[in-house]
Design a protein around this ligand. Structure first.
Ligand SMILES: [Zn+2]
Ligand SMILES: [Zn+2]
Length: 235
């Protein structure tokens, strides 16, 4: 963490301590400071229920072809759909850097994650683009990973880095182009864990998670799975 990131975190901690209690999603005033969410936002949390596809995390059946078919991660899971108040919480973390949001997300992940996903894993946050991190002063996946580590006791290895600009892949399909671009941008720095659990805020197409998993596997990581706070559902 550099000085600007530290400053942003201190500022976020300080404002969280000073402002009157408000719903972390919609910012409506709260009577109970410990509630974190207003009644409406708590009710609007779109929990994903069983059965689920273990590979891609979508409600099962996930479709004629699993979107994670051929992905470098073994399984993916998220407690919530990227919708309703879960979507607002994702935005609150990304744009306001609200640390209590990261703690709430970690609590919701830890409370319902399959134990096979967490057992023996080392948390590896998906890195955001360096320019974006500099502008925001923090990395939202790293905040969730830190909060999840504090809650679960699992270690964190922030061993993934983004690099360079993507080269253009002329002629390839849009998804293939995006995956190839993401892959080129990631590398492992330092020691990689034997069992990695990627941590991100939102699992959308899975291309970024796949790129991260490929970089980890290339560095000798035997097992890679992914946990996100929210899963984008197909329309
Ligand atoms: Zn609310
Ligand atoms: Zn699937």
């Amino acid at each position: 963490m550099d000085a600007s990131e530290l400053l942003a975190r201190l500022r976020a901690e300080l404002s969280a301590a000073l402002v009157p209690p408000a719903c972390l999603a919609c910012r409506a005033p709260l009577r109970d400071a410990a509630a974190e969410l207003c009644v409406g936002c708590r009710r609007a949390l779109p929990w994903l229920v069983a059965p689920r596809c273990e590979r891609c995390g979508l409600p099962a059946p996930c479709g004629p072809r699993c979107p994670a078919d051929g992905a470098a991660f073994e399984r993916a899971w998220a407690p919530l759909a990227h919708d309703g108040s879960a979507r607002e919480l994702v935005a609150a973390l990304k744009f306001r850097g609200a640390l209590p949001v990261a703690r709430l997300m970690a609590a919701q992940i830890a409370a319902s994650a399959p134990s096979a996903l967490l057992d023996g894993a080392t948390l590896v946050p998906v890195p955001s683009h360096p320019a974006r991190r500099r502008a925001r002063g923090f990395d939202q996946a790293a905040l969730i990973a830190a909060a999840l580590a504090a809650r679960s006791g699992l270690p964190v290895a922030a061993c993934l880095r983004r690099r360079g600009a993507p080269t253009r892949q002329l002629g390839a399909g849009r998804a293939a182009r995006r995956a190839a671009a993401a892959r080129q941008l990631l590398r492992v720095v330092g020691a990689a864990p034997a069992r990695a659990l990627l941590v991100d805020d939102v699992h959308t197409t899975g291309a970024t998670l796949d790129a991260c998993a490929r970089a980890l596997r290339a560095a000798g990581v035997a097992h890679v799975a992914a946990v996100s706070y929210a899963r984008t559902l197909p329309r």
